[in-house]
Design a protein around this ligand. Sequence first.
Ligand SMILES: [Zn+2]
Length: 270
Amino acid sequence: MPESPEVQALAEFLDESATTRTVEAVDVAEFRAQKTRDRPLSTLVGARIDGVRRFGKHVDIGTDAGHLVVTFGRAGWARWDGDAAPDDAPVIATFDLSGAVLQFTDGGDWLSLGLHVVDDPREVPAIAALGPDPLDPDFDAGAFAARAFGRRKQLKALLQEQESIAGIGNAYSDEILHVARLSPIAHANTLDDAERSRLLASITGVMRDAAASRRGIPLSQQKAAKVAAMRVHGRVGQTCPVCGGEVLDLPGSKAGAQYCPVCQTGGTPL
Ligand SMILES: [Zn+2]
């Protein structure tokens, strides 16, 4: 699942590479990916792209005929000019631009890529509901704290709740909690001041470091770069880079989550 560091790299690449190009043709292979029935993707034919931005884990491609908002879901991604994706994910939609081809893919067992054509990106409910974004230079840690620390909600789930904080998914939530030395199942309302401070510092530190590391990497290599950079996520049975202990699976996590018991749960496995 692409999270905000990868989506930021994609938005920056498209902003540089696609801006000023015209949409010459659109081919949709899976119509279910079109989320705005009254405005199909074909309404963008003839439009000129005037800039690309990121909102949380979504990309907003601005044109003079409206915005194309792409939600990547679990396994969506983009491909530029035939650059082969290593996972060979099926193409969901193809945009022939003047002098280049932009495709959106989905490698999941079920379709999770969504394509919306709107006048304003905030018309997409998932974007309108986004909480503060730690990649934003003006990130409002106080606003996140106000949404988070009074609640009896597990930290792992809280960090992935886009309405509380934008852009974090399953992988970076594991990494943030490892760096903060906090249990993924600790409830937000039980943290003391020192733990709250560690969590806030870890959120911005992990997400900003990741965004800086992903910048400029080709789209087809983003997933591999993300996987290679993980400390505990996806590394069950491997050695924790901090303490040398064994990384374990979080029990009951459907998507697969990992943690270090020595660093995060006082040495006791969950
Ligand atoms: Zn450790």
